[in-house]
Design a protein around this ligand. Structure first.
Ligand code: AP5
Length: 215
């Protein structure tokens, strides 16, 4: 199961990747999560990344490509991976195809989360994340059992710094300008599959299971 999830911020990539990981044990590789963890640990890379993330811009390609290459070489990726939020530029997509070729792997499907941008703001401003395990929630669409507390580990729920409305608008512009061209890139290669990401979480999951042949 070698998958790439493509879609605008708030489309539901992280939510669906977490469900697949839970069911099939294939690791979710979220560049956003890896970068947030580097920011939290205040590593030199994290401090550099923070400047870009806070403004809603992309982190430079060479930084992100480096962390993905290292992550894909880990033992738990031997049976597959779900790339959540990578690649996000044509240069990243080219780098991914080189690194996969070197390791004798290939992408099975690129799943495009097709969603009307009008719902994204509502999803993003209502999103809450667990400080401890990183699980995502939504105050209305996917609430925790107890407000402010993670169902899985009891950790404190918080709102991401880049989930403010102004930063969100910038992230959407960046998506259109730099990431949306990947639809044509992967469509040409015959890898692109689309899911209706406007549906309820379980309905979207059902569509993805059909694509990956495990429904
Ligand atoms: P990243 O963390 O990857 O953010 P993103 O791509 O903007 O995506 P999101 O995490 O915002 O959304 P999602 O699609 O995962 O939605 P979710 O499932 O959480 O990146 C953050 C930053 O890091 C970037 O801006 C950039 O600076 C940097 N970065 C990361 N990768 C990079 C790269 N490759 N290159 C350069 N820079 C990079 O869902 C959203 C909410 O909606 C949740 O609350 C959820 O509960 C709810 N929800 C989900 N599905 C549904 C549904 N079907 N119905 C109703 N609610 C739903």
């Amino acid at each position: 199961m070698n998958l790439v999830f493509l879609g605008p911020p708030g489309a539901g990539k992280g939510t669906q990747a977490a469900l697949l990981t839970k069911q099939y044990g294939v690791p979710q590789i979220s560049t956003g999560e890896m970068l947030r963890s580097a920011v939290q640990q205040q590593t030199p890379m994290g401090l550099e990344a923070k400047r870009h993330m806070d403004s809603g811009a992309l982190v430079p390609d060479e930084v992100v490509v480096g962390i993905v290459e290292e992550r894909l070489a880990a033992a738990d990726c031997v049976n597959g991976f779900i790339l959540d939020g990578f690649p996000r530029t044509v240069a990243q997509a080219d780098a991914l195809s080189v690194m996969l070729r070197k390791s004798g792997k290939e992408i099975e499907h690129v799943i495009l989360f097709d969603v009307d941008t009008s719902v994204l703001l509502e999803r993003i401003v209502g999103r809450r994340m667990c400080r401890k395990c990183g699980r995502g929630y939504h105050v209305c669409f996917d609430p925790p059992l107890e407000a402010g507390k993670c169902d899985e580990c009891g950790g404190e729920l918080y709102q991401r710094e880049d989930d403010q409305e102004s930063t969100m608008r910038k992230r959407l512009e960046v998506y259109e300008a730099q990431t949306a061209p990947l639809k044509a890139y992967y469509s040409t290669g015959g890898l692109l599959r689309s899911v209706d990401a406007l549906g309820a979480i379980q309905d979207v999951y059902g569509e993805i299971q059909k694509i990956v042949g495990r429904d």
